[in-house]
Design a binder for this molecule. Sequence first.
Ligand code: UDP
Ligand code: MG
Length: 325
Amino acid sequence: MKLSLIIPCYNEQDNVRAFYDAAAAAFAQKPWSYELFFVDDGSTDATLQALEALYEKDPAAVRVISFSRNFGKEAAIYAGLKAAKGDFVGLIDADLQQRPEVMAEMLELLLAGPEYDCVAACQRERKEGGLLRGLKKGFYRMIDRMADVRFQENASDFRVFRREMADAILQLGEYHRFSKGIFAWVGFRTKFIGYDVAPRVAGRTKWSVKKLFQYAFEGILSFSTAPLHAATMLGMLSALAAFVYLAVVIIQKLTCGIGVPGYATIVVLLLFLGGLQLMGLGIIGEYIGKIYEQSKHRPVYITRRTLGLKEKNDAEAETPDGEAV
Ligand code: UDP
Ligand code: MG
């Protein structure tokens, strides 16, 4: 029985060795074997060299996939999933904020509970500023209401699941990958456990507030068409309001003649309706943009080098639909 652990690494030169040591210590003397798929997501520091050194040290357990440039964590997870062949597949960050010991516990829960297909960790307490925490909470509420699938608040990518679930995730070949949504969409029975995030060992987070907003937007666009419905509803409401106002004007004219023409009302209405129209167009445009990008069938990632992968094809570039490029 084997655990394939996927570790996306972007500029983690000072963490990969520490991660390897922690994982080796946590998984030693376990009844299952493991392999570590480090995915170097186009790092610009010495991450790849550090990974090469790890591979030389332990070629039995270490696998390396190195991208030609930075394609993002989602692409790294996808590449790892494609290459991982274990009975269980786990996802974990390279910075040791998510501890390998917890991963071992999660796998044991999965082994002891055949009724579950996945064990996922939720952050017990977010160690972030109040504003960011509030925004993230708001995002989860919003996406949960908008999307057809249920989103678990504070769930992270830190999880382990069975082969069947990994295969199901791989069937979703979309270009814009939003893992949290994909996990929810494929279904399966997930057990959520609480965990405390440890501080980063070295380096800094790759998430800026701007990137987080983009990510949140991406998630909503990928898993919900609610914004399109909202635009339709707003349009209908403003049309209704226009009719009501028309009735008011007619009644006014019949009862007390024409009042003083209010230019302020006209300007406000003009701006309001113009704004609504642009917003509606913008929302449609966002979806069309996604369709355009998906229709180009570009690969989600491009591999530059691999180490320790038997079949090189496993990690080679493929279009999201599985066609060879
Ligand atoms: N990561 C990645 N590609 C990116 C950004 C991040 O592979 O473009 C990896 C990163 O190396 C780390 C994990 O994703 O292992 C989580 O990133 P980070 O620690 O920056 O996020 P945070 O923990 O602050 O949410
Ligand atoms: Mg981190």
